[in-house]
Ligand binder design. Sequence first.
Ligand SMILES: [Zn+2]
Length: 303
Amino acid sequence: MRIHHLNCSTLCPLGGHFTDRISPGFLAAHMVCHCLLIETSNGLVLVDTGLGIQDVAAPEERINPFLRAILRPKLDVNETAIAQIRALGFDPQNVKHIILTHLDFDHSGGIEDFPDAQIHVLESELRAANDPKGIKAKIRYQATRLSKIKNWNTYYAEGEKWFGFEAVRQLKGIPPEIIMIPLCGHSEGHAGVAINTDRGWLLHAGDAYFFRGEINHDYSCPSGLRGYQKLIEANHKMRILNLIKLRDLAHDHHSEVRIFSSHDSVEFSDLKNEPSRLLAGSPATFENVLWMRQPAPERRPFH
Ligand SMILES: [Zn+2]
C-alpha cells in the first residue's frame, strides 16, 4: 500500500501565534486539512475529503457562516481532493472507498465529488448528523445535504481491541490493514483511522486533538485552539478521556504507532517529508525547540 498525504484545504483562522505557534502576531494562522489517499489492491481509498468543489464554488450555501468566519478556509479548487488525485495521475473514478473521521464540513465536503464511492463512518456520527440536536449539531452538520447521499456504510465498535482502544476491524470492501478506531468527543461519532504499513501503524486521529503538543512534550495547546475545541466539542468527558489515551499511546508505543491529527501543519509537513514552516524562522518557543530536537523515530519520514 502506498500512502499519499494531501492537504485538502488550507485554513487561515485569526490568532496567529496563539493558534498555531508558528505564525507571527495575531494575524492569520496556518492550518491544513490532512487527508490520506491510499493505493490498495481494491482501488483507491480516501481518508477524509477536506473541502469539495461545491464548497469552493458556493461556500455561503454549504458552510455555516459562523464556522466560515472562524476557520477562514482558503477556497482553492486546486486543493480539493479530486484535483489533487487528477494531478497525481489517477482517475478519480478509481476512488472506491471514503473513510470519514467525522462529518464536519472540513472533513466530508468533498464526498459528492466521488458519487460512486462507498462511504464509511461510525453509525453514531451519521445518526447525529441526520438528526442534529442542539445548537452545536445544527451549526456543524448539513443534514439536508447529507440526506441526499446514499452510499453509506455504518459501523459500531466491535472485535478485538487495538492498543487498548475499541476498534472496527472489518470495513466492507477495504483491506484488513485499514481499521477504524472510535475516538468520540469532538463529535458524537468521531473516529480515527489506523493503517498497518510495512513501517508500523499510522493513526490518523482526525480532530481528537488539534495541536502536536497535546500528545507530545508538555501536553500544551495554544489558547485559541483550546477554546475552539471546547466550543465545538460534543462530549467533553469523552474527548478528554480519548486525548489522555492518545497521549499514553504516543508515549508507550512511539516506535510502533505514528499519530497525527487533521489540522496541524507541522505534523503534515513532517509526514509529507517537505520543509516545515517551523524550520523557517518560527519563534523559538519551548515546544517548537522540543519538536525540532525530537530524535528518530518520532520525526522520521513516513510514507
Ligand atoms: Zn476539523
